[in-house]
Design a protein around this ligand. Structure first.
Ligand SMILES: Nc1ncnc2c1ncn2[C@@H]1O[C@H](COP(=O)(O)OP(=O)(O)OP(=O)(O)O)[C@@H](O)[C@H]1O
Ligand SMILES: [Mg+2]
Length: 590
């Protein structure tokens, strides 16, 4: 998990984190409380060394009660520190979890309303990474890094001021010594990072080579290629060893230099401090206090340099999240939607519609297509694969907008209405029906969430699905498995039809799957569709002769254009594409 987190790209612009503010603002009180606890603990930490000084210097005096008092006070300070730290942890972590939960919900809400064009440009895996991995990065920043960074900034600044107050001379000395220590550490550290990345690349390279060769070991052997393959692997492995040696050498050198410099610095300062103590310019307690502050400041610098990388990674994550939250959708609801007139009649019209999928700007999926479907009419769409049949249904759902022309329902342009408004009077049975990982009952109820159990069962009955569902081990409560792996193609189809029946919509869009059902269920489904078609407008993409023959009109499509309209007999008599399709393509279910 952590490795995945580290793989996400970082951003140089740590300022991008500011975009998180709108999510944090509602929890101002929690931020305030966390801030108070933060300042309190930092202040207490900074006071602690002074208490230590009193204690150390107290050894010199003979006043025992004073010593007791100082120890007592130290205990109080410790309690305060413990309490403040606990409170800060509680509020900061809680804030982080709260904000990340909000961000996750906002992202999911946004993505769920995006039209398919968006998903053509982004991989589902990337969307998931953003909702999970990227938000986890942000959780670590809000829920800890930011507060750790703030605390260390306070410690750094406060520590420096108190160092100066403790001993201006020694502080000046420290400030002189520190760059002498830090510069070589930073330079060598950077070199080391480059080297270990190189080393890592070589290791990846060598295991890549190995897995390729192992996966093809029989090919390697049958071509007696072993010597060369072994040689290649050996070469990559040696390269990886060589780069490891360079890294190890640099690391050793760095260790020598750093340890010596740090201790030399400490010894130097201690030596000057010891002289001051002997000369009476400083007490032993003050020297101890000074050393503790120095350690605190050094610790703060170290912590800050580590957190910087984390902030950059979280900034990268924030940029991706903001991009997703603000993504433009080419299909959007109008600002002032027109309501679909009620009662709904179900008249569909395509008026000179030309459309190409965003991913294929140069080929037209529909080319100046015009078609009017009267209320209550059943129209079969037929044509060769890729003719644009499913596309017509997609446009009717307004998953895409046509480049020119208009699509209307009951005379109202789809683009003028809220998508939820007209989609609520349509029911779609897609070409490859979707089954959710839940029970048969809930899968059907998806069509109308407020339907009662008897209604669900009636819909299943009408879709010729009741018998096979009842025969499942737990009947309607049987779990159907992820993507319906426990159902046959025909069973999935009938569940999808039951769902559409339950929806009780005025307009029915059926994308008949090519995979033929067996003759019996074919007839059952056909009867279900027939019953369903009564009083509704039905657009059905037909692959079965039975469906085609029952339609009021048949629309023959080819390459995005309507090439003929008519009844089965008329079209067969005409010859042409339809007659050919009827002969070769339609499965007649027998
Ligand atoms: N999302 C998409 N992006 C780009 N092109 C697409 C997309 N979906 C479909 N197409 C293309 O649009 C054309 C029409 O496709 P459509 O799905 O409407 O065909 P169809 O008539 O339903 O075919 P079939 O009978 O095989 O289902 C095809 O050339 C197809 O390759
Ligand atoms: Mg299709």
């Amino acid at each position: 998990m952590t490795e995945v987190v580290q793989e996400r790209a970082a951003s140089k612009r740590v300022g991008a984190l500011a975009a998180l503010w709108p999510f944090i603002r509602p929890y101002g009180r929690m931020v305030g409380l966390a801030g108070v606890a933060l300042v309190l603990t930092a202040a207490v930490s900074l006071i602690l060394p002074m208490a230590v000084r009193r204690v150390v210097d107290g050894f010199g005096t003979n006043d025992l009660s004073l010593l007791d008092k100082y120890f007592g006070a130290s205990l109080g300070v410790a309690a305060l520190l413990a309490f403040g730290t606990g409170v800060r942890y509680y509020f900061v972590t809680r804030l982080g979890e709260r904000v990340v939960a909000d961000i996750r919900k906002a992202l999911f809400d946004r993505v769920m309303s995006m039209s398919p064009a968006y998903f053509e440009k982004i991989l589902t895996g990337e969307v998931l990474s953003r909702i999970t991995t990227d938000t986890t990065l942000i959780l670590s920043v809000i829920g800890s890094s930011v507060s750790v960074a703030l605390r260390n900034v306070l410690m750094l600044l406060g520590g420096l001021v108190l160092l100066a107050l403790t001993s201006a001379k020694l502080t000046a000395m420290v400030l002189l010594v520190v760059p002498a220590i830090i510069v070589p550490i930073v330079v060598l550290g950077r070199r080391l990072r480059v080297l270990s990345r190189e080393n890592q690349d070589w290791i990846a390279n060598s295991s890549g080579k190995a897995s390729e060769a192992l996966g093809a070991v029989q090919t390697v052997q049958s071509f007696t290629h072993e010597t060369i393959t072994k040689g290649e692997f050996a070469a990559v492995t040696e390269k990886s060893f060589d780069s490891a040696i360079t890294r190890i050498g640099t690391r050793s050198l760095m260790t020598i230099i750093v340890i010596f410099l740090v201790f030399a610095g400490v010894v130097c300062v201690l030596w000057m401090g010891a002289r001051d103590v002997r000369d009476g310019a400083m007490t032993a307690g003050e020297l101890v206090q000074f050393l503790i502050y120095a350690v605190m400041v050094a610790g703060a610098v170290g912590a800050l340099s580590e957190i910087w990388g984390e902030l950059q990674r979280a900034a990268g994550a924030t940029e991706r999240l903001v991009e997703m939250l603000q993504a433009d959708d080419p299909v959007a609801d109008p600002a002032h939607p027109v309501a679909l007139p009620r009662p709904v009649r179900g008249e569909i019209s395509f008026d000179n519609v030309s459309f190409n999928y965003p991913a294929r700007p140069e080929t037209a999926a529909l080319d100046q297509m015009s078609l009017v479907v009267a209320p209550g009419e059943t129209v079969a769409l037929v044509g060769p694969s890729g003719a644009g049949k499913s596309t017509i249904l997609q446009l009717l759902m307004r998953f895409y907008d046509p480049q020119s022309g208009a699509i209307r329902l009951d005379g109202v342009d789809l683009r003028a209405m809220d998508r939820q408004d007209f989609r609520s009077v349509m029911a779609m049975v897609p070409q490859d029906p979707v089954i959710f990982a839940t029970s048969a009952r809930e899968n059907i109820r998806f069509g109308r969430p407020d339907a009662t159990d008897p209604e669900v069962e009636a819909a299943a009955e009408a879709a010729a699905a009741h018998d096979f569902i009842a025969a499942l081990p737990q009947g309607y409560d049987s779990y159907l498995g992820e993507r319906g792996v426990m159902l046959s193609g025909g069973q999935k189809q009938r569940i999808a039809i039951a769902r559409a029946i339950l929806r009780n919509a005025k307009v029915l869009l059926l994308d008949e799957a090519t995979s033929a059902l067996d003759a019996e269920s074919e007839q059952a489904v056909q009867r279900a569709v027939d019953r369903l078609a009564k009083g509704r407008t039905v657009l059905v993409v037909a692959h079965r002769l039975a469906t085609v023959k029952r339609a009021d009109r048949i629309v023959v499509l080819d390459q995005g254009q309507i090439v003929a309209i008519g009844t089965h007999d008329a079209l067969v008599a005409e010859g042409g594409l339809y007659a050919r399709l009827a002969r070769l393509q339609f499965t007649d279910g027998h």
